[in-house]
Ligand binder design. Sequence first.
Ligand code: BGC
Length: 765
Amino acid sequence: MQRFSTFAKSIIMKYIILTISLAAIQLFSVTAKEKAALPYQDVSLTVEERVADLMSRMTIEEKIGQLNQRNGYIDAEELRADIRRGNIGAFVNGRSGEADEMQRVAVEESRLGIPLLIGRDVIHGFRTIFPIPLGQAATFDTDVAKEGARIAAREASAEGVNWTFAPMIDISRDARWGRIAESCGEDTYLASEMARAMVRGFQGDTLSDPTSIGACAKHFVGYGASEAGRDYNTTNIPERQMRQTYLPPFRTAVDEGVVSLMTAFNENDGIPMSANRHLLTEILRDEWGFDGFTVSDYNAIQELISHGLAADRRHAAALALSAGTDMDMDTRIYIENAKDLLESGEISMEMIDRGVAGILRTKFRLGLFENPYIRTSHDVIYAPEHLEAARKAARKSVVMLKNDNSTLPLTDGCRTVLLTGPLSDAKYEQLGTWIFDGEKEHTVTLREGLQQECDRRGIRLIFETAMTYTRDTTKLSLERAIKAAGEADVIIAAVGEESILSGEAHCLSDLNLVGGQRALIEQLAATRKPLVLIVMAGRPLTIEHEAEMSDAVLYSFHPGTMGGPALADLIFGIESPSGKTPVTFPRSVGQIPIFYNHNSTGRPLRGDELYIEDIPPKAENTFLGCTSYWLDIEPTPLYPFGYGLSYGDFSYSDITVDKSSFGPDDTIVASAMLTNNGQYAAEEVVQLYVRDQTASVVRPVKELKRFSRVALQPGESRRVEFRLPVAELSFVGIDFKECLELGKFTLWIGGNSDCRLSTEFSVTK
Ligand code: BGC
């Protein structure tokens, strides 16, 4: 009986499909002129009317074609033929210079003239490269992130890109994972605010603006929690943590109107993301009301076979389509299987239609039917204002971790500077990971930036690279650098990691400086000349030893095209450093995962713990303090989340909340006095943290809720005020629903997550 009904269903389905296809082909095989006059081309109709009209004219094959994304590197004739047949809906990273020609074939030569989405990884800039996203997060400045995305969209759209695979908003708490470089770091609130800004920047004020490109929030979801920091690895994120920590940046992007989301490579608790119906359908569409489309990551649907979830390609396609993965990235898995799956009744027409509608909606919203071709001038590429914005972003992204004896900024007394280290003149490495279109010829390096500034001031700059690249162990020219140090008033050593050491699939088990860099720093330090370390990297490295040996440390997550002049601006005090760590810096890999907003344990530190050196030989098996710590390393991080120094000297005092007790609908007004006791004008990122003291589920020890950049002149004081609706104290309750519980809260205002200035308030009925 069961078999008969499946058979009957399949016959009926085949009949329906045939009828729709014939009707679509016969009734609407149209000439170009007729095509232009069809209702879906009529701009006076609403997007939904246009989508419905177009879909009513599409064959099953044309619908499935929209779900198919190809890369542009296959034979051009084969590609054209496929576009003409309506078999391709979008591109991933096509050949540059060919966007308009591919659009022309789609619009003029395919039956219905549906334009293409031309997608590209524009991750932190198109040609003008901004700091890597982790560096942009270090600015704690959403305007910087928004402008970076806006400029990237302006440049990319001038070369025909209308969709980007960004922002990447995976919460990343493991610096071993190479993709931490692409992320906004460990904090959910910071990543959400950055997500909002970046979506706004890419998508512009209206999607149909010629310089707007569709954004794609990725990777949905939890990818950053890959076990052991190894890329593509399993994650095990329970539902509450998923909702509390990993989903909010995506929710923010959806609320901001992001047109698409990319499914992640990881499987979570046994379900790979491209086959995860709970997340892709129940949460994303049913709970959040998302009406755009989802795209798989590269080959991710096919990989359901490697995961052991799907038996073959057909099965993989069925699992992904039923879960809610709308577009397949470059494997042709839907093109080859979706029609057959439909005919056999294994997937429903609704599953296809939902994806097609989301994709067409996006194309209409982007205005592609009216304007499929490039509409802006190529002159925007590397426009002076883009380079200036990149310089400003790089400046704000640098985190000063140490500045003993006011080593920085360099003053007029400094007559000779030695610049050394493998990243001091590294045009390509300075750009960081994921730059398809950035050109190293346009990079201004630290050496070039410093040279300009030194020339202006009549300072002598000696340059001895000492190492050719960061992994170099030959130490060939080390001696020359050490010798030159004798002539210098100050040494600047640019170390870190090459761009290839972070990014996708570039994970590490050891986060110490690679190659002969430690030896170089040790020998430079031994000269006893003031030593300034500039670290360029894609992640927080474990630099405790090197930081101890140096007088000052500027940490610059790969800073992009204008990194050199930006660093020179900071070194000479043209502007004060103001970046803050967007991730906790571990002392050693063994501390990972280490992040500030962990849940409270039953046995937090007491401060009287015994360490390995305190334990006598032949000690009996006693319990050393019985708190949550390691025997062999301090429990604290090297630098906490939100940390960063400046040339100003900021202090906080007099924290207040406007009431001691708030109702659920109230807004808390909290403030503290900020004073710049130093001699330099500077900006400070003021941060507000909250802790729910008692709740029905265990809550984090501290959570960032607000941040703000405040500029103060020397000696100036200002009361910094934040408004926080009580509703934002809600959390994912025992039943996995958002809830607000009454009770006592602690509130801190300060310059990093380890700040101590606090007050209390209650939430009552
Ligand atoms: C990455 C994505 C990227 C895609 C297209 C994948 O390997 O995981 O982040 O957008 O390739 O290049």
